[in-house]
Design a protein around this ligand. Structure first.
Ligand code: ASP
Ligand code: MG
Length: 416
């Protein structure tokens, strides 16, 4: 017997038929003798619709009321799944965030979980063999008692947090892909599914553009050591052997990966913009004068390159920001022109960041150098580079993204 969390996303609960399919997945695990908590998202498209309603009602709405509205999507699906489970003879009860409770801070719209008491759910596993059906995405502020939501895609985080709170053996994320791939299969058809990925690698993959899991859910899994298993929600419940190993990707501790490759995966993102601040005085305090105002405006800066000044007096500073913040960033800098003292700003929005990830890089030299050579061989110009212990990223012209990803995918032997 094991204790499991099963998380189902929006497409898996998109209508009553799909919810019935989910109920059979749950029944399969219950029949195999497991204690189960299910975490559900809202029906696909529902949260977008609720968000749009808030905006239409008033563009500048109170974030507390936004949460009251958008949390409702998950209330519906958890109730419906509990009804459906009961209908096929499985004891079940729905739980909204405030009922468990899932306590959070008060950053409405992107709250962080502070604490979850899993006691009542565990008691009901034991005493009533009852499945807990938990509304994902939502919690409650511990002081005001107001409903909060965890940010878009937050049900993944709910699931991993519940798994930690009830000391589950595993958190299964059922989604519309059957695992985590070496890169996006739409770009590289020969991309393959990874059997295992280390938490740290998954954190990088998720932050760098692989959209399988909310980044925060991976952080939580890493901190609380909850193995996360990404698997397909399209597999028919009756086709799955409850005692076998289904296809999917296990996100786990590094030590649990026997055959560690040097490179695990390649991520890319076209949501970047490059800004170059030209001819800034080369003296202490200039970086602070540039990045201070950007931070103040909540604009996250990613890659930073500063040239050594040629004349000893001025230098150029290049960095990237999310494409959506490009206009705002240049406005902020223009306003601070007096204190920074630059000559002009050059920008480029048609850029992409391609990242190579693998914990094996810690112990292998020359991994990045091989990439630079391979990209040069294909005529791909590199605008900026960043490296860390287990990844490196290059900024290139967006038009070369696919070529660069394919080149690196075969360079590191990731093709099937
Ligand atoms: N329903 C929420 C969203 O669409 C949460 C989730 O699905 O994870 O963002
Ligand atoms: Mg999701």
């Amino acid at each position: 017997m094991a204790r499991l969390v099963m998380k189902f996303g929006g497409t898996s609960v998109a209508d009553i038929d799909r919810i019935r399919n989910v109920a059979h997945h749950v029944k399969r695990e219950v029949d195999a003798g497991h204690e189960v908590a299910v975490v559900v998202s809202a029906m696909s498209g529902k949260t977008n619709e609720l968000v749009a309603w808030c905006r239409t009602a008033s563009p500048l709405h109170d974030a507390r009321e936004y949460d009251a509205v958008v949390a409702s999507g998950e209330q519906v699906t958890s109730g419906l799944l509990a009804i459906t489970l009961e209908g096929i003879g499985v004891n079940a009860r729905s739980w909204q965030g405030w009922q468990i409770p899932i306590l959070t801070d008060n950053v409405h719209g992107s709250a962080r979980i502070a604490d979850i008491d899993g006691g009542e759910l565990i008691k009901r596993f034991k005493e009533r063999k009852e499945v807990a059906v938990v509304s994902g995405f939502q919690g409650v502020h511990k002081e005001t008692g107001r409903i909060t939501t965890l940010g878009r895609g937050g049900s993944d985080t709910s699931a991993v947090a519940i798994a930690a709170a009830i000391k589950a053996d595993r958190c299964d994320i059922y989604t519309d892909v059957d695992g985590v791939y070496t890169t996006d299969p739409r770009v590289v058809p020969r991309a393959r599914r990874l059997d295992r990925v280390a938490f740290e690698e998954m954190l990088e993959l998720a932050s760098l553009g692989a959209k399988v899991l909310q980044v925060r859910s991976v952080e939580l899994g890493m901190v609380h050591k909850v193995p996360i298993f990404v698997r397909s929600s399209f597999a028919k419940p009756e086709d799955i052997d409850p005692y076998g190993t289904p296809p999917g990707t296990l996100i786990c501790n590094e030590e649990d990966i026997v055959e560690q490759q040097v490179v695990t995966g390649i991520a890319f993102s076209k949501d970047e913009a490059q800004i170059s601040v030209r001819h800034v005085p080369d003296k202490p305090g200039v970086a602070a004068a540039i990045f201070g105002p950007l931070a103040h405006a909540s604009i996250t800066v990613d890659m930073i390159v500063q040239n050594v000044s040629a004349d000893g007096a001025t230098t150029d500073l290049t960095f990237t920001v999310p494409a959506g913040d490009y206009r705002r960033a240049t406005d902020v800098l223009e306003k601070a022109k007096g204190t920074i003292g630059f000559k002009r700003i050059d920008g480029e929005t048609e850029v992409a960041k391609v990242s190579v990830i693998g914990i094996g890089m810690r112990s292998h030299a020359g991994v990045a150098a091989d990439a630079f050579k391979a990209l040069a061989g294909r005529g791909v110009n590199i605008r900026a580079i960043t490296t860390s212990e287990i990844k490196f990223s290059v900024l290139i012209d967006a038009a070369y993204t696919e070529l660069a990803v394919r080149t690196l995918h075969s360079l590191y032997g990731l093709d099937q």
